[in-house]
Write a protein that binds this ligand. Structure first.
Ligand code: HEC
Length: 164
């Protein structure tokens, strides 16, 4: 290996190491998995989770534009405010705000790194083509901004919608 190749491999390895570090330390780029409370705990106080625009009865195949609102008194030391995970047992989530939301593992809709600076997120839900009851489950974390899962508040909610 020449000097130049050694230099190139060194730069490549350094880049990989940096990449690895930033991915593992930047979990505010999404919910690690749906069970937020498996890791996040310690906050006292209540978290309320609402979904604005959610129909009680859906029309099959229709796209609904919704907003998830996380309400908590938790104050954050940093710009990180919170995050969420949403799961549906029928139909599918549609990303309407690419900067702040994304679809992660197991089709869970979750926040992005930019999206962790909010406690309100816009998203779409496309109703299934066939009729039947649907359950949408949500978990959300109101962060205290300490880059750790400790002291954050976790809220859970479930919504059940019927078809026409
Ligand atoms: C396997 C454990 C684990 C699970 C599950 C998990 N988290 Fe985290 N979370 C962490 C750790 C560790 C940190 C701190 C390090 C970091 O930010 O990368 C963190 C940080 C965060 C932060 C920034 C907190 C702060 O105060 O700075 C948010 C927001 C967040 N998680 C949201 C969520 C949401 C929403 C879920 C569920 C959908 C979730 N997490 C599930 C381990 C977890």
């Amino acid at each position: 290996m020449g000097k130049r190749q050694i230099m190139i491999s060194f730069v490549l390895i350094a880049a990989l190491v940096l990449l690895g570090v930033s991915v593992s330390s930047g979990h505010n780029n999404s919910g690690a998995n749906f069970e937020c409370m498996g890791c996040h705990l310690g906050g006292s106080g209540d978290v309320t989770i609402k979904i604005e625009g959610m129909p009680k009865v859906y029309t099959p195949g229709k796209l609904y534009k919704l907003s998830l609102i996380l309400d908590s008194k938790m104050k954050s030391d940093l710009e990180v405010q919170g995050g969420f995970g949403l799961q549906t047992d029928a139909g599918s989530f549609v990303v309407l705000d690419k900067k702040n939301t994304q679809i992660g593992d197991n089709n869970m809709l979750t926040h992005t790194k930019e999206g962790s600076e909010f406690r309100k997120w816009k998203f779409g839900w496309k109703a299934p083509a066939k009729e039947g009851d649907v359950n949408i489950n949500v978990m959300a974390v109101a962060a205290n901004g300490d880059f750790s899962p400790a002291g954050d508040e976790v809220g859970v909610n479930a919504f059940s919608i019927k078809s026409k």
